[in-house]
Unconditional design. Structure first.
Length: 650
């Protein structure tokens, strides 16, 4: 295995075999058995979501695929030649420019560019010709543009592309590592929580990019909307076993819910039959005339399957207490200019102008907007952390804010326990009251006295939210509260926020959470914060049209042209009389894509059937090849559909 900054994995020539197979695979971590007797076949071209509770073995499964850990028993059959890419966990403080670091993800191209540069310096024309040919063969001359597009999609503004890697914060270095992994030509891509540290715009971009990825994708994510938009299959790891489902995360939840329902029905029936048989045995086992029947029922009892009752998988619920006071007009910004004050010789920076914002009791607002547009600036102004540069911030005398910022989790005191944190915050509270409260947030018993040093990111985030809830706020200002939370915790948070009586302002890249708890949205973009008349799907469409306009502006090459494009439609208008032809083209594309979806669903059903793998290998390979071909055709048709639709809208 070859490890490298930004990418961890194996880089070999090409992808020959059609599947990855775990056969009776078992894996331990220390004394704990994570996976036991796992049988799984992953077909080429699948986009597989790996789900399950924290600690169930998801990341260990990835480590096994990368060759970092070996099976305790069983086999892992990998293709003999596969190009594998994944995101590194750390980034060294390099002096390299961000775009060069990302470009280095394509190691073959990077080596060819180095060879070209060295040959040029040495005046070796033969070596230069060989390097040129290599770059030409791998379409390497658009490498810089590809790296730039990846950076742009993940939220890096053009002026940051030449900044040294060492100048970026930890969260932005994570994005650089993700871009570097996507830059690597790969047949197998492993992504572990790729949406952490991304904002909603970058998540939507990544979702679109992965839908067009031609290789096999395995992804771990706690963002269910992201998973729904990306994956074609779901692997659920639970209690050492794995079960494969065809479809996205929502389809998995529906199928699993039905499976659990049927299991509970079977359990209830079995318990009733057990009771009936046992009653007969108890009544008649001593009677000679009934001895044979009693013995027959004992044998039936022994043969019953022992179906287990279902157990609730969500570990706990929590809540935000009802506020003591709930004033009607809570907070208001009048003609506010928001930004950052002058600091260390640097001039003051204005981010938003003429903000008119009024928050009433019970309102639940989600803030949407491109990365760096000012969402966090607006939240900091609402909370009072930033003073308005102009205008006025008005608050009700009974306003009590609960504020969760992106740095809140990191601000917990090292070495202190949950009990220490809460006791310091509420010195007059009794020991029992503190312990009872922490227990409702799943810090029960000795957990209340454990140091946060050993806590996971999710446990730290849960503690930070608990400290906020203790104060009984009537306004919650939450800026990316889900970054470290798993799916169960996100669902619990969604339930708690839905039941919260106070007002809420939320910034999050989790569309599921936004959709569940927000009644209206505000868009923050281009220096303006304003009410957005639409839902999250409308916002995604707005982003696409904005991106199309920006791409057109880039081709113009000057600011004047950019301004014209910003005001112009996103696509060339349809001439009068041509709209019918465009509509017909759209209809044909939609019909063909529908037929492809039907055939892909049929193929997925066949490939999900374990029986198929006991037959001729050629059948499985043929299905896999057909699936990849259809997926590629659908990707092309989607591009055509988008172009035609933009023309029609224009």
């Amino acid at each position: 295995m070859i490890a490298r900054p930004g990418i961890m994995g194996v880089l070999i020539d090409d992808f020959e075999c059609s599947m990855i197979a775990f056969r009776h695979f078992a894996l331990r971590r220390g004394s704990r058995l994570l996976l036991s007797d796992l049988d799984l076949v992953i077909q080429t071209g699948w986009r597989l979501g790996v789900v399950g509770r924290n600690g169930c073995g998801k990341s260990s499964l990835f480590a096994a695929l990368q060759g970092d850990v070996e099976a305790d028993s069983g086999d892992l059959d990998m293709p003999s030649k596969v190009r594998m890419a994944s995101v590194a966990q750390e980034t060294p403080a390099l002096p390299d420019a961000a775009i060069d670091y990302v470009l280095g993800g394509d190691e073959v191209l990077a080596a060819a560019l180095r060879a070209e540069s060295e040959a040029m310096d040495a005046g070796d024309m033969d070596a230069m010709a060989r390097a040129h040919q290599t770059i030409e063969d791998i379409n390497g001359y658009d490498g810089q543009a590809r790296a730039g597009r990846l950076l742009h999609g993940l939220g890096f503004s053009p002026e940051t592309h030449e900044r040294p890697v060492k100048d970026f914060s930890g969260g932005w270095r994570v994005r650089l590592n993700l871009a570097r992994a996507l830059m690597c030509p790969s047949d197998l891509l492993l992504l572990d929580e790729p949406t952490n540290h991304l904002d909603l715009d970058a998540v939507l971009w990544l979702e679109e990019w992965l839908r067009h990825y031609q290789g096999t994708l395995l992804v771990i994510s706690h963002d269910r909307e992201f998973m729904d938009g990306v994956i074609t299959h779901t692997l659920h790891l639970n209690e050492g076993t794995g079960k494969l489902y065809t479809g996205n995360y929502s389809a998995f939840e529906r199928m699993r819910a039905e499976y659990l329902r049927q299991q509970q029905i079977a359990h209830v029936r079995e318990q009733a039959e057990r009771a009936h048989l046992q009653s007969f045995v108890d009544r008649f086992k001593a009677k000679a005339s009934k001895a044979r029947q009693a013995q027959s029922r004992v044998k039936r009892l022994e043969k019953l399957a022992g179906t287990e009752a279902i157990r609730a998988e969500r570990p706990f619920r929590f809540s935000f207490a009802k506020p003591d006071r709930l004033p009607d007009s809570m907070l208001q910004l009048e003609a506010v200019q928001a930004g950052y004050p002058a600091d260390g010789g640097e001039a003051a920076v204005t981010i938003l102008a003429d903000v008119q914002f009024r928050l009433e009791a019970g309102e639940r607002i989600g803030l949407l907007g491109p990365n760096g547009a000012g969402k966090s600036t607006l939240v900091k102004t609402l909370v009072g952390e930033l003073e308005p540069q102009a205008g006025e911030r008005k608050v009700h005398k009974d306003l009590k804010i609960g504020y969760f910022a992106q740095h809140t989790v990191e601000s917990l005191q090292e070495g202190a326990s949950p009990f220490d944190h809460l006791q310091q915050q509420a010195p007059g509270a009794s020991t029992q009251a503190i312990r009872d409260f922490l227990g409702t947030w799943n810090f029960a018993g000795d957990r209340a006295f454990e140091s946060v040093d050993g806590f996971s990111g999710g446990e730290r985030a849960r503690l930070a939210l608990a400290l906020i809830a203790w104060e009984k706020p009537n306004l919650l200002l939450l800026d990316e509260p889900t970054n470290h939370l798993d799916l169960d915790m996100r669902e619990a948070l969604a339930d708690a926020l839905a039941e919260f009586d106070g007002a809420l302002v939320l910034v999050s890249h989790d569309r599921h959470l936004l959709g569940l708890v927000c009644d209206e949205f505000w868009r923050v973009a281009d220096g303006v914060a304003e009410s957005f008349d639409g839902d999250l799907d409308d916002y995604a469409r707005w982003l696409k049209s904005r991106g199309a306009a920006n791409r057109k502006g880039d081709k113009k090459g000057d600011r004047k042209a950019d301004k014209k494009v910003a005001a112009a439609p996103a696509a060339a208008p349809v001439r009068r009389g041509d709209d019918k032809a465009v509509r017909q083209a759209i209809s044909k594309l939609e019909q063909r894509m529908a037929r492809i979806d039907e055939e892909l669903a049929d193929i997925q059903t066949k490939l999900a059937d374990p029986e198929i793998y006991s037959g001729p290998t050629a059948v499985v390979k043929e299905l896999g090849t057909r699936q990849a071909s259809l997926a590629a055709e659908k990707a092309r048709l989607e591009q055509d559909w988008m172009q035609q639709y933009e023309r029609l809208e224009a």
